[in-house]
Design a protein around this ligand. Structure first.
Ligand code: 13P
Ligand code: SF4
Length: 304
């Protein structure tokens, strides 16, 4: 079967099986084309709660599928490729955070949404890259422990200097691959381009950016801007998708190393097998994990 036929078959089967397909923006174009919704991790989990279908297939990484399950416990949620995990989400475990909390009892624990649901059970509130600053500002506590991404945490700390923000050494192994040198080199090649970066990049890169935002915020900014050239400091697929969306503009990846192999491990064939019922993995979480992790996510929704 060629790509087009495979896509047609997926579209036919998802209707027959009452299945909603969610695809994170880092997925390949042929997967985005068969999705009901595309976007960043948080947008997708909210869309899932509104979708009329009883079944949901997440094309992304495990923590995203878990977030969907927590927000829509009545739905059957599948992850299209069971090996797709986010290394950052799995960097810190519950025991570590419990011991840091015990040593810092007056700190509010703020968790990036890129965490396992198990870790969320011991955190006070979740944030996304687009809501982190707003939520940290609104929290009643002045002492914040921000996990797991110390780069997003540093970005938040700069925007909220009035709070005491403690960080642990964690972060996205993909976004930390770019350096200030890459910025220099790419700016020299494209002097008129605006630099748009994800706050998971290191502070020396973030401080040189013209715009800092989540995946969706970067895409939105580029689409709406009157500028014609952009250097994209996040997963390489975003520069590619923007080139299709805005053929009159030019998009250059900040580095060719910005490839998330976990996000890219899902193929259209995985989607097909999942839709057929002979691939993917159903996400199951115990009731205690679901209810404790949900509190952390609900607090984010309430404050964001
Ligand atoms: P967004 O929330 O911006 O989609 O980020 C998810 C992610 O994994 C970024 O690397
Ligand atoms: Fe995780 Fe980084 Fe991949 Fe995003 S890009 S899924 S944070 S490893």
């Amino acid at each position: 079967m060629n790509i087009c036929d495979l896509q047609k078959e997926i579209l036919r089967l998802k209707k027959e099986k009452d299945l909603c397909i969610l695809a994170h923006s880092y997925q390949a174009k042929e997967i985005l084309e068969v999705a009901d919704y595309t976007g960043d991790s948080f947008q997708l989990s909210v869309m899932a709660t509104k979708a009329p279908q009883k079944n949901v297939l997440m094309c992304g990484v495990r923590f995203m599928a878990e977030t969907v399950k927590i927000l829509s416990p009545e739905k059957t949620v599948y992850l299209s490729n069971p090996v797709a995990g986010c290394p950052m989400a799995e960097q810190m475990d519950k025991t570590l955070i419990e011991s840091v909390k015990a040593a810092n009892p007056d700190y509010t624990v703020v968790a990036y949404i890129n965490t396992t649901s198990e870790l969320k059970t011991v955190c006070d509130v979740c944030v996304t890259s687009s809501s982190a600053v707003k939520i940290v500002k609104k929290l009643p506590s002045d002492n914040i422990l921000f996990i797991p991404d110390c780069n997003l945490g540093s970005f938040v700390a700069k925007q909220v200097p009035e709070k005491n923000i403690k960080l642990l050494q964690g972060g996205c192994p993909i976004h930390v691959r770019v350096s200030a040198k890459d910025v220099e080199k790419t700016r020299a090649l494209y002097p008129n381009a605006k630099l748009l970066v994800h706050p998971e990049c290191t502070p020396d890169v973030v401080e040189k950016a013209d715009f800092i935002g989540s995946t969706s915020a970067i895409m939105d900014y580029a689409v709406k801007s009157d500028e014609k050239e952009f250097i994209i400091g996040t997963e390489i697929s975003i520069a590619e998708h923007l080139s299709f969306a805005c053929p009159d503009k030019r998009f250059y990846p900040l580095s060719k190393d910005l490839i998330c192999s976990n996000m890219k491990s899902t193929t259209l064939m995985d989607v097909y097998h999942s839709v057929c019922g002979n691939g993917g993995e159903e996400i199951t979480l115990d009731d205690d994990t679901m209810s404790k992790a949900r509190k952390c996510i609900d607090r984010m929704i309430e404050l964001g």
